[in-house]
Design a protein around this ligand. Sequence first.
Ligand code: G3I
Length: 384
Amino acid sequence: MRLRRLFAVSAAGVAVVLGTTVAASAAANSGSAVAPDSLRALAANIGLRIGTAVIPFDLDHPDYQAIAAGQFSVVTPGNEMKWQVVEPAQGTFDWSGADRLVAFAEQHGQLIRGHTLLWHSQLPDWLTTGVANGTISNAQLRNLLHQHITTEVSRYKGRIWQWDVANEFFTDSNPSTINPNDFWVSHLGAGIIADAFRWAHQADPHALLFYNDYNIAGEDGTNAKSDAVFAWLKQMLAQGVPINGVGDQGHLDTQYGFSGTQMTQDLQRYASLGLKLAITEADVRTFVNNATDQVPTDHLATFAQPYEFGQMLKACLAVRQCISFTVWGFGDADSWVPGFFTGEGYATIYDVNLNPKPAYTELQQDLRLAGSGAPHRVPSGAGR
Ligand code: G3I
């Protein structure tokens, strides 16, 4: 493991953010030694939480654990709170991964983003099979979902800072709409999304409840999806649905355009509704030599990749309601990207050997500057 000088940072300094019960308890438990130049310490200077998705059982590896604890102040289970994982057979639960992550976070003064309660993907086979063969009716499906949300949110009541209640409901088309073919919408109607927020709120009234999606902050060029999500949120809030925030996943690819300015404007627009913002799954992928080494094939990608990370962080920094910035895993070896996008990788901020990449330095530098503010310019001479 890389040697690192460790300094104790006061609990108050690490956990300035929120004024919520969860934040107070995380601050009280924060006994970890945190380096002052770590991402989490630099972010704490401005009340921002910097986060990562975690694979709980990778925490057995000392190098992985040291980075997860030392660099980040909020963690998200990449898979271990999804329905498929927590209830693999009907009525049989496996909370081992989720419990492990929650315990780790509390031990290290970190907050937790719960992910995710209502999504078309990673559902248990018993559920999707039952719906497909008609042994689970729509009325039963609705009850099962209510029960699932209540069980999971209640289990961690008071310990989850933000819940991604609903995930990825909008189409990628222009104009974008709630996807009528989505598993949940096609069986239970679009109103099920609002119900999920109501049920989550009943189970833990203090958790911040988020709508989470990709390409909803200018990443799609047309901004169509952002427009649709914004209009829907406005409608939901007018109806009193307990939604507290919007999570923009932030999965970028250097082969496409991306405007940090557009992202800032979109985040600001959500904030104008009274919502909090979070970047929830940031990564920037590019074409690589192979999935093992993940060396970019285009030299310019080594500049574009950290640049786009920096643009996302700066957009978050520019909007005061943006309370957390989470990367979707911190090392290339653990990234979901090579398994989903043939030929692509290099998407995270540490390389396959857990050495920090330029993207890490970019985030560190942005946070350092944000914390101290840019210095005033030196005088440049009379009249100039
Ligand atoms: O656990 C099994 C393992 O037993 C088996 O040997 C292996 C063989 O493929 O699969 C393992 O399951 C994989 C699981 O991740 C855990 O590693 C699944 O195949 C794989 O599909 C699954 O991928 C996850 C993906 O969501 C599923 O859509 C990624 O890890 C996870 O990072 C990713 O996260 C999503 C967010 O939840 C929502 N936003 C998009 C994001 C990226 O797709």
